[in-house]
Design a protein around this ligand. Structure first.
Ligand code: KDG
Length: 361
């Protein structure tokens, strides 16, 4: 197998090298599909570029692994003229800060959740509505739809080139206070409501307020120590993030709530985009789509595996049954009443139609 991560051989990269051989080299990672083959060199010399990309998640995350693949596509297809250096673990800033850096041109690329990007493209808040996307298939269909493409296009006015949607994933609740199997457990009967860190997004705030928690928006990079120090009781993120960010070290309880499906968005500073020759712009766009597809595949492979790993490492996980999920759905109805008119009933109906089509297939 060709060395795919030769440019930046990291811990995760080293683990990835063994994947083609069917080995599970690192306890933080399941057996993952090898990245798709890369072919087709771009003829001619269109300049040399070093692209700095900042992400929030760790080196073992699908986000990091697929970003490395993105870099590898660009490097191989330009015969080394484009290099992508990926900086994980919020080293360069959080999602909000990094999007601002894209606007000013002080950072080339970032890969935030769609949720904090609602300040640029308010329609993205549709993705934050609870239980809107019941299956991954439906979520992917929506992310690949024209509706979603127009959300990406709407970044153009903000100095950001939004290249592709991929999967952050189904968010699950974790906390250090108590097992949660109902909205009442979130609110607490004779105890106070859980203090939950949320992303910087008003719909998420509304969800947790409605459930009787005390939500606190906070940057992802500050979350581990906030939980460790007891500043917040809990948080919500996909199982893969909970595992790869070691949240289980400070969170005893998990709830398979799947309350929101969050997309990621691969973004480039418009200044960087404008500095690329048209041949390279086309390549960057194509590589972003390919790496997004690979990311969704890795995230899918990670999801249940990560939950089982967390359980094996001592996290007590409550898997909600249909009735229990229905109780949460019922409890968050006021969020729809408040937000659907603001986000746009038509937009939500369009998304719902895409979801329904996948369910009827
Ligand atoms: O790189 C992405 C992360 O910064 C962030 O978006 C992860 O879902 C996330 C969160 O909860 O902040």
């Amino acid at each position: 197998m060709k060395t795919l991560w030769s440019s930046t051989l990291t811990l995760a990269g080293a683990a990835s090298l063994t994947l083609g051989m069917g080995l599970n080299a690192h306890a933080q990672m399941p057996e993952l599909s090898a990245p798709p083959a890369i072919d087709g060199e771009i003829a001619g010399d269109h300049g040399t570029h070093t692209i700095r990309m900042g992400i929030g998640l760790a080196e073992t995350s699908p986000q990091y692994l697929s970003s490395q693949y993105f870099g590898e596509i660009l490097s191989q297809r330009t015969e080394g003229r484009i290099t992508v250096n990926v900086f994980p673990n919020s080293q360069l800033g959080d999602d909000v800060q990094m999007m601002e850096m894209l606007q000013t041109g002080t950072l080339d690329m970032s890969y935030p959740s769609s949720s904090p990007a609602v300040t640029y493209v308010p329609e993205l808040a549709a993705f934050d509505l609870p239980f809107l996307l019941p299956t991954r298939e439906a979520a992917v269909a929506v992310m690949q739809s024209d509706v979603a493409q127009s959300m990406l296009d709407a970044f153009d006015d903000n100095g950001i080139k939004a290249l592709a949607f991929s999967e952050n994933g189904y968010r699950q609740l974790s906390n250090s206070a108590r097992p949660v199997s109902s909205p009442e457990d979130v609110a607490g009967l004779n105890v106070s409501g859980l203090t939950i860190r949320t992303m910087e997004n008003p719909v998420h705030l509304s969800i947790w307020q409605t459930l009787g928690a005390n939500p606190t928006p906070m940057a992802f990079g500050e979350l581990f120590s906030a939980m460790e120090q007891g500043v917040v009781d809990g948080q919500e993120n996909p199982w893969s993030t909970i595992l790869t960010s070691n949240f289980h070290e400070v969170q005893d309880y998990g709830t398979q709530s799947r309350h929101v499906y969050t997309p990621f968005i691969i973004m480039m500073s418009e200044r960087t985009w404008d500095s690329l020759a048209p041949e390279y712009q086309e390549l960057v766009q194509e590589a972003a789509r390919q790496s997004a597809e690979y990311e969704i595949q890795l995230a899918t492979e990670y999801d249940d595996w990560a939950r089982d790993q967390l359980e094996a490492r001592g996290m007590q996980i409550t898997r909600l049954d249909d009735e229990q999920i229905a109780a949460f759905q019922e409890a968050v109805q006021p969020v729809y009443a408040e937000w659907a008119p603001r986000i746009g009933e038509d937009l939500i109906a369009e998304i719902q139609a895409i979801v329904d089509a996948t369910m009827n297939d």
